[in-house]
Design a binder for this molecule. Structure first.
Ligand SMILES: Nc1ncnc2c1ncn2[C@@H]1O[C@H](COP(=O)(O)OP(=O)(O)O)[C@@H](O)[C@H]1O
Ligand SMILES: [Mg+2]
Length: 249
């Protein structure tokens, strides 16, 4: 996927809010990339444009040389609060994108079985979202986004709704899930730990029109050890960058 010179301006009552200005990013296949930035810097706006839910004011977003104009199962999206359909069971939620694609029945069953397995949801197929723990909901949302065989997975603060105490263990689960698929993934978050634990590459966005203030590879073996000096050094550097980003440099 390529983001080419994207700007997004919201206007209301004659006032213009320039949220993103001339943002350029290209994403490599198979990488887990995080856009890290303070709250309000335009992360959700950018990610939803990548998904085709809304249009940029100018510039374009391409997926495999096609301009993104609308949502499709080729771009799997996990919303900040998961947005599972509450009236559907785990199984029905995961089947939904496949039904939209009108897949053959046996293909659907095959994919469903595989996804239930990678998300460790065996035996939970017929439960409703309200009967699931935060981690199970998150895993269901993740594999539902994978059900349409997407080329890219877009995650909006995927652990934002998880209790602080549970975050780290769910980061571990999410990494394992991702390792099994190796799908190109773009996550947005304001959480340094989340970014550092999961990403191959981190892009730090400023509150000032989404300007990119740092773009670097995280060269640490997986799974990452939070006790290593290297990890702590990265963490300190990212915290400093976030402070700069918050000042809107
Ligand atoms: N639909 C909208 N209409 C007007 N302003 C919006 C809209 N969506 C987002 N914004 C504004 O864009 C800015 C960035 O929002 P958002 O992308 O949600 O940030 P983040 O996800 O980084 O917290 C905020 O100032 C927000 O008020
Ligand atoms: Mg957001």
């Amino acid at each position: 996927m390529e983001i080419r010179n994207i700007s997004k301006i919201f206007s209301s009552k004659g006032e213009e809010n320039i949220v993103l200005q001339n943002v350029n990013i290209s994403f490599n296949k198979g990488e887990f990339i995080t856009l890290l930035g303070p709250s309000g810097c335009g992360k959700t706006t950018l990610l939803t444009m990548m998904a085709g839910f809304q249009k940029p004011t100018s510039g374009e977003i391409r997926l495999d040389d096609e301009i993104v104009t609308k949502p499709s199962p080729k771009k799997g999206f996990v919303f900040q609060n998961y947005a599972l359909f509450p009236w559907m069971t785990v199984k029905e939620n995961i089947l939904y994108p496949m039904k939209q694609q009108k897949l053959a029945r046996d293909e659907m069953e095959k994919r469903l079985k595989k996804l239930i397995k990678i998300a460790h949801l065996q035996g939970k197929e017929d439960l409703y979202p309200k009967e699931l723990s935060g981690g199970m909901k998150q895993r269901t949302a993740f594999v539902r986004a994978l059900a349409g065989n997407p080329k890219i997975l877009l995650l909006d603060e995927p652990l934002g709704a998880i209790d602080f105490q549970m975050r780290k263990s769910i980061q571990v689960q999410l990494e394992k899930l991702w390792q099994e698929t190796k799908i190109t993934t773009v996550m947005v978050t304001h959480d340094v730990e989340e970014a550092l634990y999961l990403s191959d590459r981190i892009i730090v966005m400023s509150k000032n029109r989404g300007k990119i203030i740092k773009d670097f590879k995280v060269e640490m073996e997986r799974p990452r050890n939070r006790e290593f000096d290297e990890y702590k050094d990265y963490k300190r550097e990212l915290e400093n960058l976030l402070e700069i980003a918050l000042k809107g440099v």
